[in-house]
Design a protein around this ligand. Structure first.
Ligand SMILES: *[C@@H]1O[C@H](CO)[C@@H](O)[C@H](O)[C@H]1NC(C)=O
Length: 401
């Protein structure tokens, strides 16, 4: 073969390969516009990650015997959500003997259990409602160290309630935006009416996709009459909305799916019409703040993100923070003006990152940007413990005693 022929065949194969890649990508995009495929991509609920472990044996996830009570919660539209009630370590220690003596496994009537009674009957008990991210179950990944960090500040008092959304793990149904919001509301309803915990002793924690559910639920309850406002809402690694997430998301932190298209705004805007579940957290957070300001309700919103989060870039957090702050100012504030205010009042913590706190007469909106923590390792960090303690102590200073 001459050099010319080699070059010609090289170009032939190169162009065929490019055509194949472009064709596959277009097919992928086409599939992504269907609601079933999209819900699998957004929620990743088919990826359980705990296939070889039984959620009804929480001890295999590193818990003490009967520290966790597996049970289920019914939603208003008839789904059954699989849930774990997790006792904090010190409270467990005080009641170790009778807890160990109880039967193990899934419980159909949780009210019969000592662990539940310790939550319901103690006026000092606090409850964190945990809304996890996409994929997996209550037992997967960094969620277990997350539960420990949540209760670490007061391990005699802080219970955690975590659950799998519809279509995840052992829960019935298939996921959707409206469905997941119903799930969050059902769990709140259980906490307030079955466990009898007033909202001032409840905190909502969400990570990643769970932040969108947390804000949507918090907003809905703040807008109802009479409003329900919790001791705090803590969001870790949130996103502004699905469209902006799609333009920045990388699978496993490396493979961009839609971000190459973000360079073609017309095409990208067109594709946005096919996003079924929009999760407009930026609007929900603004409505949540506006409702609380209008109703004179005390509120506390903490948003935490790590700079090395490769799944959801940390830039989502300053935007969400701005939408929240803007809603607390009657005349509004521009993004750039808020950034200027940060230059004056942001606290630089060196290698630990930075904190910006915005206070109004009614509430506190706090942005914490960590230098490290990735997307999910951060959930086990002491900043999570601190965010919980700050929220509960603001409602009742005696809580830390
Ligand atoms: C900021 O707040 C002002 C005043 O409430 C409002 O008119 C404006 O739409 C808000 N900006 C955004 C981006 O939400």
């Amino acid at each position: 073969m001459t050099a010319g022929e080699t070059a010609a065949s090289f170009f032939k194969y190169a162009s065929i390969s490019i055509a194949v890649v472009v064709g596959l990508y277009a097919t992928l995009l086409g599939l992504l516009t269907t609601s079933t495929v999209q819900s699998h991509v957004v929620y990743l609920h088919a990826i359980q990650m705990t296939w070889f472990k039984d959620l009804n044996v929480p001890e295999t996830f590193g818990f003490l015997k009967n520290q966790v009570t597996p049970f289920s919660i019914k939603t208003s539209d008839g789904e059954r959500l699989y849930a774990w009630h997790i006792l904090p370590a010190e409270l467990y220690r005080r009641h170790e003997q009778p807890l160990v003596a109880e039967p193990v496994g899934f419980v159909s009537d949780i009210t019969s259990r000592l662990a539940f009674q310790l939550l319901r009957d103690n006026p000092e008990a606090r409850l964190i409602i945990h809304m996890h991210g996409a994929a997996g179950t209550v037992g997967s990944g960094y969620r277990v160290p997350n539960y420990r960090a949540l209760s670490a500040g007061q391990p005699g008092k802080i219970h955690v309630l975590t659950f799998d959304y519809r279509g995840f793990g052992r829960s019935t149904g298939t996921p959707s935006e409206s469905g997941l919001i119903l799930d969050g509301l059902a769990v709140v309803e259980w906490a307030m009416n079955v466990a009898g915990i007033p909202p001032s002793r409840i905190l909502i924690f969400g990570q990643s996709m769970g932040t969108a559910v947390s804000i949507a639920v918090s907003k809905q309850l703040a807008l109802q009459s009479p409003p329900v406002v919790f001791a705090g809402t803590v969001l870790v690694a949130p996103f502004v909305d699905t469209a902006r997430l799609a333009s920045t998301y990388r699978v496993a932190g490396t493979i961009p799916i839609l971000s190459p298209l973000a360079r073609f705004p017309l095409l990208f805007n067109y594709l946005q019409c096919f996003i079924w579940d929009k999760w407009l957290s930026k609007d929900n957070v603004a409505q949540y703040i506006r409702a609380n300001e209008a109703n004179d309700e005390k509120y506390r919103l903490t948003i935490i993100h790590a700079e090395d989060d490769y799944d959801i870039p940390w830039h989502h957090t300053p935007i969400l923070f701005w939408h929240a702050v803007n809603a607390s100012v009657p005349a509004g504030i521009s993004y750039n003006d808020l950034e200027l205010r940060k230059l004056e009042s942001k606290v630089d913590l060196g290698a630990a990152g930075s904190v910006m706190e915005w206070r109004t007469d009614n509430g506190v909106i706090r942005e914490e940007i960590l230098k490290t923590g990735l997307h999910d390792v951060i959930m086990g960090y002491p900043v999570i413990t601190m965010a919980v303690m700050r929220s509960f102590a603001a409602v009742d200073p005696a809580f830390t005693c």
